[in-house]
Design a protein around this ligand. Structure first.
Ligand code: DQA
Length: 148
């Protein structure tokens, strides 16, 4: 680890993910975002890392937080951009604009769903993608990020 890099991993969540637990549980499961944050904190402790878990329904907040991840020297970003995954060139550009590795995360497998979810502007710029493991997608992505 370089001196300017911290052992913090940003976990950024986009629109509607504040409703996890009650939002279409047949697709997204019953874990809330707080439950997922708890799982990540437990795993991060085992890995000697810290997680900073955030959620916003606003695209610009996610752009600002990607910039902040680089500015504070975060080790990596786990990004579940929700529906912005499929629409946001601003997030694509922000990921390309920073050197911090970004791992795309999804609870569901967007490729097994509607055609409009098959394009990922986030995935085109991200280092890696983990999708389809429900809440465990985040933990698997954290394990991957820890090895970078
Ligand atoms: C999601 C998949 C997206 O297509 C959807 O818009 C979401 C959640 C997922 O985690 O499976 O909001 O990112």
């Amino acid at each position: 680890m370089s001196e300017s890099q911290s052992a913090t991993i940003f976990v950024l969540n986009g629109p509607n993910l504040n409703l996890l637990g009650t939002r279409e549980p047949e697709i997204y499961g019953s874990a809330t975002l707080d439950d997922i944050a708890g799982m990540l904190e437990d795993r991060a402790r085992e890995l000697g890392l810290e997680v900073d878990v955030r959620q916003s329904n606003h695209e610009g907040h996610l752009v600002d937080w990607l910039h902040e991840a680089q500015a504070v020297g975060a080790k990596a970003v786990l990004l579940n951009a929700g529906a912005f995954t499929h629409t946001s060139i601003a997030l694509h550009d922000a990921i390309k604009a920073i050197r911090t590795p970004v791992i795309e995360v999804h609870l569901s497998n967007p490729h097994a769903r509607e055609a409009f979810r098959h394009t990922s502007y986030v995935g085109m710029a991200a280092k890696a993608t983990i999708a389809g493991f429900g809440a465990q997608s985040y933990v698997l992505a954290l394990d991957g990020a820890s090895r970078l």
